[in-house]
Design a protein around this ligand. Structure first.
Ligand code: AMP
Ligand code: ZN
Ligand code: FE
Ligand code: FE
Length: 271
C-alpha cells in the first residue's frame, strides 16, 4: 500500500526541519507523498521539490491559512495550489506582516502578566520564517518562563489563554477563495478544534471541498463521525500528522497517514 502524510510543517513556518530534511524523513518512512502546509507561506515548496528529485517521494504543494470565524480560529488547508501565483504571493506577504504585529501584541500581553520577553528572542528563533505562537512558546521555554512548549500554550498563549491574540482577519470564505484562485483545493484542518460541527456545512457553502478526517488528536470515534460527515456533505477526505519536527517531538512524520487513492481524488479536484 502507498501512503501519504498531508500535514507537514517546515522551518519556513514553525516546524524545525528544512525541506531537505523533510524529504529525507519521508523517504525513510516509505511515504509516497508528503504535503508541506506551512502557516501562511509556500516558501519551502520549491526547495522540497528539488530535494525530492530522483526519489519516490512526491511533494504536494500546500498551505495552512489561519482564518477567523466569530471568535474562533479556523485553519484552512490548501492543496495542489500554484505556489508561484503572484496574487497568492502578494496576499501571503500581507499575512506575514500581520503575524509580526500579532507577535508584538502577544509579547505585550505577556508583559501585562508579568512575563518580560524580549521580541528579539522570538525573532531570533523564527528567523526568516512566518512568525507564530510556536516561536513565542519556544522563546518562553528558552528564557525559563515555562518548562515546555505545551505549558506555554496551556498557561499563556493557547486559544483560550490570557495572552492569546487572534490576529488575523481573513474569513474562512476569503481563505478558501485565496486557495481556489491559486488553483488549489480547500480543506478544513483538524475539525475537532471547532467544537461546532454545524460550521462545516457553512464552510462548504463558502467553497470548502475537503475535511481533515485523520489527525493525531482525533479518536477513532471522531474519525468515524467525520467520515460520516464527509460522506453526507460530499467532501474529500484527507489526513496527516501535523509534523513540526523538534517543536512537537511526540509527533513523528507519517504517524498519521492516508491511502494514496485519497491523494488521487484530491488531485482530481484541483482547479
Ligand atoms: P499560530 O499560527 O501562530 O496561531 O500558531 C499555531 C501553531 O500553534 C500550530 O502549529 C499549532 O500546532 C500550535 N498550537 C496551537 N495550540 C497549541 C497547544 N495547545 N499546544 C501546542 N501547540 C499548539
Ligand atoms: Zn504549526
Ligand atoms: Fe492547524
Ligand atoms: Fe498545522
Amino acid at each position: 500500500m502507498r501512503y501519504a502524510d498531508l500535514h507537514v510543517h517546515s522551518l519556513a513556518s514553525d516546524g524545525t526541519c528544512t525541506p531537505k530534511e523533510l524529504v529525507k524523513e519521508g523517504v525513510k518512512r516509505k511515504l509516497s507523498a508528503i504535503a508541506i502546509v506551512d502557516h501562511d507561506t509556500v516558501e519551502a515548496i520549491a526547495q522540497a521539490n528539488e530535494s525530492a528529485q530522483g526519489t519516490d517521494l512526491e511533494i504536494i504543494p500546500g498551505i495552512e491559512l489561519t482564518a477567523q470565524h466569530e471568535n474562533r480560529e479556523v485553519h484552512i488547508l490548501g492543496y495542489f495550489l500554484d505556489y508561484k501565483n503572484n496574487a497568492l504571493l502578494e496576499t501571503l506577504k500581507l499575512l506575514q506582516q500581520n503575524r509580526i504585529s500579532r507577535a508584538y501584541k502577544i509579547i505585550h500581553n505577556l508583559e501585562g502578566l508579568g512575563i518580560k520577553l524580549n521580541p528579539e528572542t522570538v525573532f531570533n528563533i523564527s528567523g526568516t520564517a512566518t512568525v507564530g505562537r510556536m516561536h513565542i512558546a519556544r522563546a518562553l521555554v528558552k528564557d525559563g518562563h515555562v518548562n515546555s512548549v505545551s505549558e506555554a500554550f496551556f498557561k499563556y498563549i493557547g486559544d483560550s489563554s490570557p495572552a492569546y491574540v487572534l490576529g488575523f482577519r481573513l474569513s474562512p470564505r476569503e481563505a478558501i477563495k485565496i486557495i481556489n484562485d491559486a488553483g488549489g483545493v480547500a480543506v478544513l484542518a483538524h475539525p475537532y478544534i471547532l467544537h461546532d460541527d454545524a460550521l462545516v456545512a457553512e464552510f462548504v457553502n463558502d467553497g470548502l471541498e475537503g475535511l481533515e478526517v485523520y489527525y493525531p488528536e482525533h479518536s477513532q470515534s471522531m474519525v468515524n463521525f467525520y467520515l460520516d460527515l464527509a460522506r453526507r456533505l460530499n467532501l474529500l477526505i484527507t489526513g496527516g500528522s501535523d509534523f513540526h519536527g523538534q517543536a512537537k517531538p511526540e509527533i513523528k512524520l507519517g504517524m498519521v497517514k492516508i491511502p494514496f487513492e485519497l491523494v488521487e481524488k484530491l488531485r482530481q479536484a484541483r482547479k
